[in-house]
Design a protein around this ligand. Structure first.
Ligand SMILES: C[S@@+](CC[C@H](N)C(=O)[O-])C[C@H]1O[C@@H](n2cnc3c(N)ncnc32)[C@H](O)[C@@H]1O
Length: 449
């Protein structure tokens, strides 16, 4: 079996690098060493286009504890645990030719080292590179003609949006894009205003002019105060970012075309991100017809109206999607279904823990769950719900069913999140739990015999 570190994660193997969560494959440049973290002190900073420019966080700098970077409830900011970021070095890295457009990254040297292998354009599969939906294929006119989306003014108050130029089948790609700017999320808290501005201006100016223009064209939407004008890039980040992880550390990523997709609480597309190629795919949940707007959810799926409204306010706007604008009766019955779904999940979780489940009870809850999921268009949540059902069957030692649902959960994770999805550890842990429990039972039965 694979050796593990203290956190139960596999140790890097030969040919992998230690500063990635899962170990890192070798860069395809043929180097037989791991990419070195480079900073302003390095003389050789290839493959980056410029010598990194770095600023250290002050000694009193604190940032949110990892895991709390994303969401928090209004007025609860004080309760978020913080950790020191004293002296953390943030640098600007730019790869001017990345995917034909350019990429600037504001992050720490180790995180930037994790990106080195994925900078290589030849890593992008031809299926994604040459797809008419791909921003890499944009210079080929024939492909541009087959592009599934157009950026257009959409409904009043929503600004621009992405609209289907042709039918997109279920699971078809609406858009394939790459980041243009990335930043380690905690840099926003660790550095004082003046230092952030220096890094942000530099990250922008080091990009080719068309990339700079593409970014600045995103300064839309939301209310722009005086401060936003001074920190235009941060204003853009706030209304356009997409959260990703680099080696398990939270970053945000700006993607030019993808940023035009408006929010809907019942979206018709979802995002799939591959860290090893830095590819963002926007994939259709269902068939989308010509002229229909592509939408995705900026929030976790499945929240009831009040929670959605509260969360979307943090994005600086009020949601006008059809579910939020629906008559009270419709919104109310949707909320009832969503609340019941969470209740079922919690019942399975609690009763599995307490050993209270029976096969009949699990089956009844699962069939109710499936009706609710389909009724509310929450199919992607099956990644997690299937894993919960697997754990429920595990709790009554029904290993065959547990494996069936673990398998389903894994397939959904891959379908909705690629082979490199965020829950690789969760899936591994579930399989191990099932194997261990079965072995324990066999041993127990042998002991009795
Ligand atoms: C990531 S951008 C989407 C693209 C944007 N419409 C544009 O013109 O570039 C997010 C902004 O779009 C608008 N928006 C997106 N979804 C919306 C919705 N469901 N209801 C109202 N406004 C929305 C808001 O102004 C929000 O700040």
């Amino acid at each position: 079996s694979t050796p593990e570190n203290d956190n139960g994660l596999p140790l890097p193997q030969v040919g992998q690098c230690s500063w990635s969560k899962y170990g890192y494959p070798m860069p395809s440049t043929g180097l037989d060493v791991c990419p070195r973290p480079v900073s302003d002190l390095s003389t050789n900073y290839a493959p980056w286009s410029y010598k990194p420019f770095c600023i250290r966080a002050p000694m009193n700098a604190t940032v949110r504890e990892p895991g709390y970077e994303g969401s928090f409830k209004e007025g609860e900011e004080d309760q978020i645990p913080r950790v020191s970021a004293a002296g953390r070095k943030f640098c600007v890295y730019t790869a001017r030719t990345f995917r034909g457009r350019g990429l600037s990254v504001i992050s720490t040297p180790q995180m930037a080292a994790n990106l080195v292998a994925s900078l290589d354009d030849t890593r992008v599969l031809p299926r994604l590179r040459d797809h008419p939906a791909s921003s890499m294929a944009k210079r080929d006119e024939k492909r541009a003609a087959g592009r599934p989306y157009a950026i257009k003014n959409v409904q009043q108050g929503h600004g621009k949006g992405l609209v289907a130029r042709r039918r997109v089948p279920k699971w078809g790609e609406a858009l394939i894009g790459f980041p243009i700017m990335m930043a380690r999320t905690d840099f926003l808290e660790a550095l004082p205003d003046a230092d952030r501005k220096i890094l942000e201006d530099r990250a922008l100016q080091q990009l080719p002019v068309p990339a700079q223009e593409a970014i600045m064209s995103l300064a839309h939407g939301g209310v722009m105060g005086e401060r936003d004008k001074d920190f235009l890039l941060e204003h853009i980040f706030r209304s356009n970012i997409f959260g990703i992880e680099i080696a398990g550390v939270h970053h945000f990523s700006l993607q030019v075309e993808g940023s035009r997709i408006n929010h809907d609480c019942r979206p018709n597309t979802f995002w799939r991100y591959s860290p090893s190629t830095m590819t963002h795919e926007v994939v259709a949940f269902r068939e989308i017809s010509i002229g229909e707007e592509f939408t995705h959810s900026y929030l976790p799926l499945g929240l009831p109206l009040k929670d959605r409204q509260e969360s979307i306010r943090r994005w600086g706007f009020t949601c006008h999607c059809s579910l939020c604008m629906a008559p009270k009766k419709v919104a109310f019955s949707s909320d009832i279904r969503r609340t019941r779904l969470v209740e079922i999940y919690t019942t399975l979780e609690d009763e599995a823990y307490e050993g209270l489940l029976t096969r009949d009870k699990i089956e009844a809850l699962v069939s109710e769950m499936m009706l609710l999921i389909n009724g509310e268009d929450l199919v992607p949540q099956l990644c997690e719900y299937y894993a919960m059902i697997a754990r429920a069957y595990l709790s009554i030692e029904e290993f065959e069913d547990a494996r069936y649902y673990a398998q389903q959960s894994e397939e959904y994770w891959i379908r909705y999140g690629t082979e490199e999805h965020d829950n690789i550890e969760g899936v591994r842990a579930l399989w191990k739990q099932i194997d261990d429990a079965e072995k324990a039972r066999t041993k127990r039965l042998r002991g009795r015999a």
